[in-house]
Design a protein around this ligand. Structure first.
Ligand code: ZN
Length: 203
């Protein structure tokens, strides 16, 4: 008989762990909080989505997102350009925030999810993957691509009143990257990953 326990994240009640079928959800009988969810084909889906996100990462941050024509002058801007404009304007704290939350953390999240899922799929899990997954768990809620996207949307709406605005390929790549980042969060089954890491003889 397994001694593995499942803890409720809200009321801390402990229950014997049960194996869930695909798409089944374990709810706490005491407070009704969701304790675990078995996501269908979690490892394969996360592997594919994180790879797609990584492929769109460089174009998403470096290609021009928005172009504007004002009094005959055309200018276009990418995420990296925004970062350099902030640095040139000496808004160092804002530039650091932009770099961390829209470039560094989303990249580390996608790389970590891809690396862990690949290791689980190939049955080559080691102690290093445990550390990687802890960092993924920590960074999971700190990727803020959606905040930058909201900022871009508002800026385009405001700019359209004064200039001829065009949406460029970089914006499509950035939206793809944003979707992959959200989908990675939705498809990665933390409970399954912890189980696979615990069951590995190398950990
Ligand atoms: Zn509970």
């Amino acid at each position: 008989m397994s001694h593995e326990k499942l803890a409720c994240p809200r009321c801390d009640a402990l229950y014997p762990a049960i194996k869930l079928a695909d798409k089944q959800i374990a709810l706490c009988p005491r407070c009704g909080c969701k304790m675990a969810e078995a996501k269908a084909d979690s490892i394969n889906r996360t592997l594919a989505i994180s790879l797609a996100g990584l492929l769109m990462f460089i174009p998403g941050i470096s290609m021009p997102m928005v172009g504007a024509t004002l009094v005959g002058q055309y200018a276009e801007v990418s995420l990296i350009d925004c970062l350099f404009v902030l640095l040139r304007s000496e808004f160092f704290i804002v530039a650091l925030g932009l770099f961390l939350f829209t470039i560094a953390i989303p990249l580390i999240r996608l790389l970590t999810a891809f690396y862990i899922c690949l290791a689980i799929k190939r049955n080559r899990v080691t102690h290093t993957h445990l550390q990687f997954f802890r960092s993924y768990h920590f960074l999971d809620s700190w990727a803020m691509l959606h905040v930058f996207f909201l900022g871009i949307s508002v800026a385009v709406y405001k700019l359209a009143e004064y200039a001829d605005v065009s949406l460029n390929i970089g914006l499509a790549m950035f939206i793809g990257l944003l979707l992959c980042s959200i989908l990675t969060h939705l498809t990665l089954d933390h409970h399954t990953v912890w189980q696979k890491l615990e069951q590995s003889p190398n950990v």
